[in-house]
Write a new protein. Structure first.
Length: 290
């Protein structure tokens, strides 16, 4: 399959590398050329400008936020350069409202738009074991399945309205942030009573909370390993704000999401902007005087 790929951050590089490994012909573009050079060494072709990657069967984008997607797709003319019949698979976590806007704009151009946000950190992406939530035209999703199979362990369809996939993603990230916050506060409590974080989390993540999210982030909290950031605090703040925005649009109260937003703001304001979001546990410890 001919694939154009835009956005080669930690996640994008890992995903594009797996597409190449699976035998797809991949043409890449990124604002910083260094990332493109790494992929070219693995067999990709570099594009001089983003509009060059749309001459493909499938366009995949992995960008940081709404504005980055808007800049590439609209301001830099990628959507305008796309030919009818192209399938655009957007792997990014964007707002529910923007996902609906993108779907309409693509439909007007005769381009299929699939929202396909992913669950998984960069190391999971490198292993090709992402979980991918997809929403859009079922026939287009079926055509994109060879690429989806190359980057993920399972595809989870949630209907034909693309914004549904992004609602699932921001709700899922809200749950992950909630788990991190709960572990951070619980560790602060038990540490104050003389129980080591590693001991407490070993008990809980092998009994009541024996799940990948708790085990993975629990290990980071126990080791106080918040750098390098697989998912930095500012991106976590962005996603919690997206959850709050999506909730407000349908009058859904999310009081704990507001707490998480304020905690992330505090963590960033006090020097944690380059930390992984698991660093919320450090904030809980600092508040407890630990």
């Amino acid at each position: 399959m001919e694939i154009g790929f835009i956005g080669l951050g930690h996640m994008g590089k890992a995903i594009a590398a797996n597409l190449i490994r699976a035998g797809h012909s991949v043409r890449v573009w990124n604002r910083s050329p260094e990332a493109m050079s790494e992929l070219v060494a693995k067999g990709a072709r570099a594009a001089a400008k983003p509009t060059e990657v749309v001459s493909a069967d499938l366009l995949m984008t992995m960008l940081a936020h709404d504005q980055a997607v808007r800049d590439v797709m609209f301001d830099r003319g990628v959507l305008a350069a796309a030919q009818p019949g192209l399938i655009h698979l957007n792997l990014a976590t964007v707002s529910v409202a923007f996902a609906a806007e993108l779907a309409t704009a693509h439909q007007e151009r005769g381009v299929s738009y699939i929202a396909a946000p992913v669950f998984g950190r960069p190391e999971v992406a490198a292993e090709g074991k992402l979980n991918i939530v997809v929403a859009g035209d079922a026939a287009a999703i079926a055509k994109a399945q060879p690429a989806l199979a190359a980057i993920g362990q399972k595809t989870w369809p949630v209907g034909e309205r693309p914004e549904r996939a992004n609602a699932v993603k921001v709700a899922g990230n809200f749950m992950l942030a909630s788990a991190i916050e709960a572990m951070g506060e619980a560790v602060a409590l038990t540490r104050a009573h003389g129980v080591a974080a590693a001991q407490f989390l070993d008990i809980l993540t092998n009994t009541l909370f024996a799940a990948p999210a708790y085990k993975g982030y629990g290990a980071m909290i126990a080791a106080e390993k918040y750098q390098p950031a697989g998912f930095p605090m500012p991106l976590a703040l962005k996603d919690i704000r997206l959850a709050l925005s999506a909730a407000e649009a349908h009058n859904v109260p999310m009081p704990f999401a507001s707490v998480l937003r304020d905690n992330l703001l505090e963590a960033i304001a006090t020097g944690g902007g380059d930390q992984d979001w698991s660093g919320l546990a450090q904030l809980a410890a600092r508040r407890a005087g630990l």
